[in-house]
Design a protein. Structure first.
Lengths: 641, 81
C-alpha cells in the first residue's frame, strides 16, 4: 500500500469543495449554501511521485452529528482507515471553526490545518498569525485561498512531510482543571484502543461525557457507573448539561485561541455588499427581487433554449434525406438508422438547448449564497405546506435533477422533513421535463402555457404537501446559517457547465440514442400495440390522448427526455411542431408527463435513501396526482376554453 | 434590566443571551452554529413571514436564521455592550 488516504474535513461552507476541486480533476458541485456537499467525493492525485486518495467529506459543524450529512462524516472519521486529516478552517469565522479543530485534535489522528480565506478575513479587519496558531496547536497550519489556488501547493507539501515524517505525539488542548481530571480518569479506565477503530482513549472519554451515543455500547456498559458519576459531578459543578458543559469548554478553548492568534485591524471590505444583502433579505424588496429572479431565470431558459433549438433544427433536418436510400435496401436497417437520427435530433436539438442555459444559470448563482436567501424568504410559505426554508436547497436542485436533490435532503435534521421533501421532490420539473414543457409549449401552445403549467405544478406541490403533512407530526424549528454573499463567477459557471454538458454527452446521450433505436425496433417487431393497449384506458379513455403515446411513458421511466424525443416517433411525424395534438391534448399531455412517475434514477436513489415503502408511496402518489391533474385540465378545456 | 425573549426585542440593538430553554436537539444545533449563552447578539430583522435573522456580535458570525418558535425560547437581556 503506497497510496495515502487524505480526508478534507471542515464546517459547511469553509471551502472544502473548492479546495478539493483545485486539488483534483473531478469537480464536486460547490454551492454557497451551508451543506451542499452531502456525499463523500473521492479523487486520486499525484504529488512527487506518490499517489494520494483525496476525499471530500460533507461539511460538519462538530463531530456530534445532528443531520444525515454530518453523520456520514462522523462515521467515516471514526471507522475508516485515514492517514491524514486536512481541516479546512474558514478564517472569517475563526473562533467557531476552531471549535471543530479542537474536536478533531481529540481524535489524535495526523492533522494539518488549512487556514482558508485568510485574505477575506483580513479585508474584514481580522488579522491572523498562522505561525502562532501552528505553535499553539502543534500541527502544521498553512494559509490558503482555495478560490485562487493560493497556498495549495504548500499545503500539499506540508501534508507530505506530515505523512512521511513518522508519528509525532499529537498535542491536546486541555480542559479546565475539573473536567480535565474527570476526562483523564475515564480515559485510564477505558480498555486499550484495540477495538476502537479511530479515536484515542481520551477521545472516547470525552465523548462518554459529552455524547454517550458515540461510544461503543460494550465500553459504555462496562463504565456506566463511572460515566454517570462524572456527569453528576459536572452537572453539580457547572450547572449545565454534560453535553453543554463540554461544548462550552471547547468554545472557550477556541475563543481563547482565536484571541491569542488574531488581532483586529481596520475593515477594508466594501460596504455595498452588506447593504445589498440587507435589501435581498428585506421582507418586501427581497421577495420582489426573488419573483423577478425566478421570472428572468425561466424566461431566459425558455428563450435561449428556443433560439438554440431553432438553429439546430435547421442543421438537423438536412440529415433524414441522407438516410432515406437505406429504405429500399433494408427496412430494418432504415428503421434503426431513423431511430438513431431521432435520438440524435432529440438529444442535440431539444434536450441540450434547454439543458445548457439551465445548468449555466444554476452554476452562476449557486456559489453566490443566494440559495440560502431564497430559503430564508420562502420559509414562511413552506411552513404552510408543512416544511421549512431549509428544504428549499433540495427543491432548487430538483429543478436540475431529482436524484441529487434527494441526496440534498440529508441536511434536514429530522426524518419527517426529509420524508415529506422526498415525496414532493419528484413533482419538481427537472431538466428533462423542462425540455418537455418548453419544447412542446413553444411548438404547439405558446409561452403563456409554460407559465401556467409551472404555476400549476407549484400549486400541486403545495396542495400535496399540505395534504401529507396532515398525517405527519408538526415540523421542527428552523436554525440555518446564511453565509456571506459572494459575487458570481462567470468563469467558474462556464467551467462547471462545460463539465456537466460533457458528463451528459457521455453518460446520457448514448442512452437516449439507444432508447429511440429500441423504439424503432419495437415498431419493427410490432410490439408497440401491446404496450399502448395497456395504457390506452388511461391515456385514451380518461385523458383523451392518442393511445400511441403509451410507449413513450415506458421509455420515459428510464429517461424523461425520451418522452419528448419519442413523441414525434410514436406519432409518425418528423418534428415536434408537426405533432397531431390539439391545444387541449398538448397541455393535458404535458401536465401528465411532468407529474406521472419518478424516473429510474430517482427510483434507485429514493430506495437507497428512504427504503422501498417510500418509493412505493411516491410511485402511487405520483400516478394519482398526475392522472387527477391531467383530468382536471381536460375538464377545464371542455367547459371553459 | 429586563429579560425578554428574542422574539420580543427590537432589531438593531445588542442583547445578551441569558438562557436557552429549547430542547436538547435545538440547543445542540445552536451551539454548533456558534450561539451560546452569554454571547451578545443583534437582530437584523423579523417579520411574520420569514424567520428571525440574527448576527452574533461576540463571535462575529455569519447571519443565522431562527424559526419563530425557537426565538421565543431564547431569553435575552438588555445590557449595553
Amino acid at each position: 500500500m503506497n497510496s495515502f488516504k487524505i480526508v478534507l474535513v471542515g464546517q459547511p461552507n469553509a471551502g472544502k469543495s473548492t479546495l478539493f476541486n483545485v486539488l483534483s480533476d473531478i469537480k464536486a458541485a460547490t454551492a454557497n449554501f451551508a451543506g451542499t456537499s452531502v456525499k463523500i467525493i473521492q479523487s486520486s492525485i499525484e504529488l512527487q511521485g506518490k499517489v494520494f486518495q483525496l476525499l471530500d467529506l460533507p461539511g460538519t459543524y462538530s463531530l456530534n452529528a445532528v443531520d444525515e450529512a454530518e453523520k456520514i462524516t462522523q462515521k467515516y472519521l471514526l471507522h475508516e482507515k485515514i492517514d491524514l486529516i486536512v481541516n479546512v478552517v474558514d478564517s472569517t469565522l475563526l473562533a467557531r471553526s476552531l471549535e471543530l479543530t479542537a474536536e478533531l485534535l481529540e481524535l489524535e489522528l495526523p492533522l494539518v490545518v488549512a487556514l482558508n480565506m485568510q485574505d477575506e478575513a483580513e479585508k474584514r479587519g481580522l488579522k491572523i498569525d498562522p505561525q502562532k496558531l501552528e505553535k499553539r496547536l502543534g500541527v502544521p497550519v498553512v494559509p490558503t485561498a482555495a478560490l485562487y489556488g493560493k497556498g495549495v501547493l504548500q499545503l500539499m507539501e506540508r501534508c507530505l512531510d506530515k505523512l512521511t515524517g513518522g508519528a509525532n505525539p499529537q498535542p491536546v488542548l486541555p480542559y479546565t482543571a475539573h473536567v480535565e481530571t474527570l476526562v483523564q480518569k475515564l480515559a485510564q479506565a477505558l480498555p486499550q484502543t484495540g477495538d476502537l477503530d479511530n479515536g484515542s482513549r481520551r477521545f472516547y472519554a470525552i465523548k462518554a461525557i459529552e455524547n454517550p451515543a458515540m461510544v461503543p455500547e460494550n465500553l459504555r456498559r462496562s463504565l456506566s457507573a463511572m460515566i454517570a458519576s462524572a456527569c453528576l459531578e459536572i452537572r453539580d459543578f457547572h450547572h449545565r448539561d454534560c453535553f453543554e458543559s463540554i461544548a462550552y469548554e471547547r468554545h472557550h478553548q477556541a475563543m481563547k485561541l482565536s484571541e491569542e492568534i488574531s488581532s483586529f485591524t481596520s475593515r477594508r471590505k466594501a460596504q455595498w455588499r452588506d447593504r445589498f444583502d440587507r435589501a435581498l433579505l428585506h421582507p418586501l424588496f427581497g421577495r420582489f427581487f426573488l419573483l423577478g429572479y425566478f421570472l428572468v431565470f425561466f424566461s431566459t431558459i425558455f428563450f435561449i433554449g428556443n433560439l438554440l433549438n431553432g438553429w439546430l433544427a435547421f442543421v438537423l433536418e438536412k440529415i433524414p434525406p441522407l438516410i432515406l436510400p437505406l429504405r429500399n435496401y433494408s427496412g430494418f436497417l432504415w428503421l434503426t438508422a431513423d431511430g438513431l437520427f431521432q435520438g440524435l435530433a432529440g438529444s442535440l436539438g431539444i434536450v441540450l438547448p434547454y439543458f445548457i442555459p439551465l445548468i449555466f444559470l444554476n452554476s452562476l448563482f449557486e456559489d453566490t449564497g443566494y440559495l440560502s436567501r431564497i430559503a430564508f424568504l420562502l420559509d414562511g410559505l413552506l411552513h404552510r405546506i408543512g416544511l421549512h426554508g431549509k428544504s428549499v436547497a433540495a427543491f432548487i436542485l430538483g429543478f436540475g435533477c431529482t436524484a441529487p436533490a434527494l441526496y440534498a435532503t440529508r441536511i434536514l435534521e429530522n426524518k419527517r422533513d426529509r420524508l415529506l421533501s422526498a415525496l414532493l421532490l419528484p413533482f419538481i420539473p427537472c431538466s428533462a421535463r423542462h425540455a418537455v414543457i418548453f419544447a412542446l409549449t413553444a411548438a404547439l401552445a405558446g409561452p403563456l402555457w409554460a407559465l401556467i403549467i409551472y404555476l400549476f405544478v407549484l400549486l400541486v406541490i403545495a396542495a400535496t404537501g399540505k395534504l401529507i403533512s396532515l398525517f405527519l407530526a408538526k415540523p421542527g424549528g428552523l436554525i440555518m446559517e446564511i453565509p456571506d454573499l459572494k459575487p458570481p463567477s462567470w468563469r467558474g459557471a462556464m467551467v462547471k457547465t462545460g463539465l456537466k454538458v460533457k458528463e451528459f454527452t457521455i453518460q446520457v446521450i448514448p442512452l437516449l440514442l439507444l432508447g429511440s433505436m429500441a423504439m424503432a425496433w419495437l415498431g419493427y417487431l410490432r410490439l408497440e400495440p401491446l404496450i399502448n393497449d395497456f395504457f390506452s384506458p388511461l391515456l385514451q379513455g380518461v385523458l383523451g390522448l392518442p393511445a400511441r403515446l403509451g410507449t413513450t411513458l415506458v421509455f420515459g421511466f428510464f429517461r424523461k427526455e425520451l418522452i419528448i424525443i419519442m413523441a414525434s416517433q410514436a406519432l409518425g411525424v418528423s418534428t415536434v411542431s408537426l405533432l397531431p395534438l390539439t391545444l387541449s391534448q398538448t397541455v393535458v399531455f404535458i401536465v401528465f408527463v411532468t407529474l406521472y412517475f419518478p424516473c429510474f434514477a430517482t427510483f434507485v436513489v429514493m430506495w437507497k435513501e428512504f427504503g422501498w415503502k417510500t418509493v412505493s408511496a411516491s410511485a402511487i402518489l405520483s400516478v394519482l396526482v398526475a392522472a387527477g391533474s391531467a383530468y382536471l385540465f381536460k375538464l377545464l378545456f371542455l367547459f371553459f376554453i | 434590566m429586563k429579560i425578554l425573549s428574542l422574539h420580543q426585542v427590537p432589531s438593531g440593538k445588542p442583547f445578551k443571551i441569558i438562557e436557552i430553554t429549547a430542547g436538547l436537539e435545538a440547543r445542540k444545533k445552536l451551539l454548533a452554529l456558534g450561539i451560546h449563552v452569554g454571547d451578545f447578539i443583534s437582530k437584523i430583522n423579523q417579520t411574520r413571514w420569514s424567520p428571525v435573522l440574527i448576527r452574533n456580535l461576540t463571535t462575529h458570525s455569519s447571519k443565522i436564521a431562527i424559526g419563530h418558535g425557537l426565538a421565543r425560547k431564547i431569553m435575552v437581556e438588555d445590557e449595553q455592550l
